[in-house]
Design a protein around this ligand. Structure first.
Ligand SMILES: [Zn+2]
Length: 498
């Protein structure tokens, strides 16, 4: 079987492609930090964080009282997210046993007198006012009495030494909880920890009367926080939905890719399951909109939450390489659901037959790194993953696959909690399969468009489009490969390639 695979594949993949100029340029490696991933092997953490924030929310979290102890040597300037400075009230620094006013310019605080070993500052943050005025889900927004705002909106952070760690301790009055995607600090308790760089784009967080549910999935915890809003579905149904998606993703990766993810459910909007968005950096959080009239059946059919959860397994990429983030989520989501039995193999292949042509470059289109359209970002990225999966299976006699590459990236500490350059992810993924498939394919698709003969691939895989359905031809040369893509991994194989 493997000899047949090998021949079939190289023909399928090589004959169909027309690659144009392959210029080698240096891809901008923005923010190539190598922060240790939480839960990753060999993570070494200094005992004392450089900054300790203590935050107390007022009644209903209208206002936050923030106190920070800053280690000396972190620089004079503290910054908040753009436009959030005006909601900082009465900033002060401790001096000679008393408090002295601090100067604020726009989104910056100037702390001139931080002498060793440390100094303390404090201020109030007008959270409710910020949410009403800014009304932006990435900075501050109100959801029927809950205030959603990532810590970067309300924590003034030293702008030097981004690798230094901070610790966050939050207290809330009865009836209000703090929900955050930040990873809990080591040692338990209710504190959180990450690096100051993470704080630049920290995970979604919020204060409010959330309904909370905790779900254990293999290798991780899914914390569900449901914001106030009208909904027909009970909390238990939403928790079961999160569990299903979590188990599908844990199945594909061998275990859930981060130790903990927050799913912030916003019951609002007309669509049953609306938009979802994921943010990492020092943790993992998903924000997802669920319409009031959503039913248990809508949750059963939903793909959005699984898609978002797949995002938690890959490091943040530079902006030009969002196609890899979206491509992996688009390609892996239906496969992960098929493997736990919530989607049929026919539905997976139907979605590929329908979707992949949208990722094919049209005349004049650039390579994936220059791609800016929806089709090239989601389906162009998915096409990259599909071809990579087929080529890895071909080169290894179907013993290795894209699963192994993606698990390898995760096992090396890669997750949405950290930022990696794309080439590092591809290298680590290739190492896990013992091939150069990802590197070579990126060489062909990253900088220039590559045409692919999809019809020829369907024929070889034995996928026959039949109206709105697909049929399978088990005599096709790559039928075994097609079957193994959606097959449940045999027991004992769960950690292959790790
Ligand atoms: Zn996505």
């Amino acid at each position: 079987m493997s000899a047949m695979l090998r021949v079939g594949f190289m023909n399928a993949i090589l004959s169909g492609q027309v690659s144009t100029t392959r210029r080698r340029i240096l891809i901008g490696l923005a923010v190539a930090t190598a922060a240790p991933a939480a839960g990753g092997a060999g993570a070494v953490r200094p005992a004392d964080p450089a900054v300790v924030y203590r935050v107390a929310a007022s009644e209903g979290a209208q206002e936050l009282r923030v106190e920070a102890t800053l280690r000396a040597g972190l620089g004079r300037e503290l910054g908040l997210d753009t436009g959030m400075g005006p909601f900082v009230r009465d900033p002060e620094v401790e001096e000679g046993g008393g408090w002295r006013a601090l100067e604020r310019r726009d989104d910056r605080l100037d702390v001139p007198n931080c002498r060793p070993p440390s100094c303390r500052i404090r201020y109030r943050f007008a959270l409710a006012e910020a949410a009403r005025q800014v009304h932006d889900r990435n900075r501050a927004v109100e959801q029927q009495g809950a205030f959603l705002a990532p810590p970067s909106s309300w924590l003034a952070r030293p702008l030097q030494d981004g690798q230094a760690r901070f610790r966050l301790e939050v207290t809330t009055p009865p009836g209000t909880t703090f929900a955050t995607g930040l990873f809990p600090a080591p040692g338990g308790g209710s504190a959180y920890e990450a690096t100051l760089d993470d704080l630049e784009e920290a995970p979604y967080s919020g204060f409010g009367p959330f309904d909370n549910a905790r779900v254990d999935v293999p290798g991780g915890i899914v914390d569900v926080a449901i914001a106030p809003g009208e909904r027909d579905l009970p909390t238990s149904a939403l928790a079961a939905w999160a569990e299903r998606a979590g188990k599908a993703v844990a199945g594909y990766y061998g275990h859930y890719p981060v130790p903990r993810v927050l799913v912030l459910v916003l019951p609002t909007g007309r669509r049953a399951i609306g938009f979802g968005t994921t943010l990492g950096n020092g943790g993992a959080a998903i924000m997802i909109w669920v319409g009031r009239s959503a039913t248990a059946a809508d949750l059963e059919r939903d793909w959005v939450l699984t898609h978002e959860m797949v995002h938690t397994a890959l490091p943040n990429m530079p902006r030009t390489q969002r196609w890899l983030e979206e491509g992996i989520a688009t390609y892996v989501e239906p496969i992960a659901r098929a493997r736990v039995g919530t989607l049929s193999a026919e539905e997976v292949w139907r979605s590929l037959v329908d979707g992949l042509p949208k990722g094919m470059p049209r005349p004049g289109d650039p390579g994936l790194d220059e791609a800016r359209t929806w089709g090239s970002t989601y389906w162009g990225g998915a096409l990259f993953c599909f071809l990579a999966d087929l080529q890895i299976r071909e080169k290894t006699g179907n013993r290795r696959s894209l699963d192994d590459a993606l698990r390898g990236i995760n096992a090396a500490g890669g997750s949405i909690a950290v930022r990696w350059p794309l080439r590092r992810a591809l290298e680590v993924g290739d190492r896990a399969t013992g091939t150069h498939v990802l590197r070579d394919l990126y060489g062909k698709m990253g900088e220039a468009p590559m045409k692919v003969d999809l019809d020829d691939l369907w024929r070889r895989l034995g996928v026959v489009a039949d109206g709105r359905d697909v049929r399978f031809d088990d005599r096709a040369p790559l039928a075994a490969v097609r079957r193994s893509i959606t097959a449940r991994p045999a027991s004992g194989r769960a950690d292959a390639g790790r």
